[in-house]
Design a protein around this ligand. Structure first.
Ligand SMILES: [Fe+2]
Ligand SMILES: [Fe+2]
Length: 264
């Protein structure tokens, strides 16, 4: 199974040693052949742990970046605009916008999950560049959304789980939503949930609790911090460890011509 827990990946100093980077995709897909299988779905999956009292070097990417705050609190800055974030906030940063992450705490680290797609630039390698101190485009349009603070869950999958749309809160124009076809939070309570199958690939990331994932009949235990890639067309299911235990996950899929944003 294509699986890693970010806490078990090797941390490497990055961005002038203001943070430690873990390249989750390199662990899950160590060979170019395996990477090729997923390049339509995701081209970048890393965590950044920002050391206390530092600002991560200002930079840009040639892809849209989705950030999910795994722990700590801090701020994202660009174009003179500053937005504070905390655990479980989701943040969308459009391609080519210079940005910096700040950890002002004296003792606590901040860890961010960073996911990127090439979207309209499909075919290019993902690239990060250092950015100068000049203002550049503003972050005004960047939205933050914390799915634990909103009572917007709906019953899904034949009433076996609860789900809520995170991606729709981050982008409300077709261009902003081009990054992905869905980005949802789900809450599962139960053992054998209804299997799912569709042409697009997905990322499952466990935010809280523990349980299992089944992919094409292979079953593996997952826990907080686990990331799994589900290949397109693979039959998959998810469940919690015990009938009355809850597990919360993020499910993210790239934009797909076959299955564009599901209106519901
Ligand atoms: Fe970034
Ligand atoms: Fe699915």
């Amino acid at each position: 199974m294509y699986h890693v827990n970010w806490k078990n990946a090797e941390p490497i100093p990055a961005h002038n040693e203001t943070c430690f980077e873990r390249d989750l995709l390199a662990v899950i897909l160590p060979t170019p052949e395996e990477r090729k299988k997923f390049e339509q779905y995701v081209s970048w999956a890393k965590t950044y742990t920002i050391v206390p009292h530092t600002t991560m070097q200002r930079h840009t990417h040639n892809f849209g970046e989705f950030i999910y705050v795994l722990n700590g609190r801090g701020a994202v800055e660009a174009g003179g605009v500053r937005k504070e974030f905390k655990r479980r906030d989701a943040i969308q940063i459009p391609a080519d916008i210079p940005h910096a992450f700040v950890n002002e705490d004296d003792t606590q680290v901040v860890t961010l999950l960073s996911l990127g797609w090439l979207c309209a630039r499909m075919g290019q390698e993902p690239e990060t560049k250092e950015a100068g101190p000049d203002a550049g485009p503003t972050l005004e349009k960047v939205r933050l959304y914390n799915w634990y603070e909103h009572e917007s869950f709906k019953l899904g999958h034949k009433k076996t789980l609860w789900w809520t749309e995170i991606g729709k809160q981050l982008g409300d124009t077709p261009e902003e939503r081009m990054f992905m076809s869905h980005f949802i939070g789900i809450s599962v309570v139960g053992l054998d949930l209804v299997p799912d199958q569709h042409p697009k690939g997905e990322i499952y990331f466990v935010d809280q609790g523990h349980g299992y994932l089944g992919v094409e009949g292979e079953r593996t235990d997952v826990e907080e911090g686990s990331m799994t890639l589900i290949p397109g067309n693979a039959v998959h299911t998810v469940g919690s460890t015990l009938p009355d235990q809850q597990m919360n996950l993020l499910i993210i899929a790239t934009y797909s011509e076959l299955e564009p944003w599901a209106e519901s």
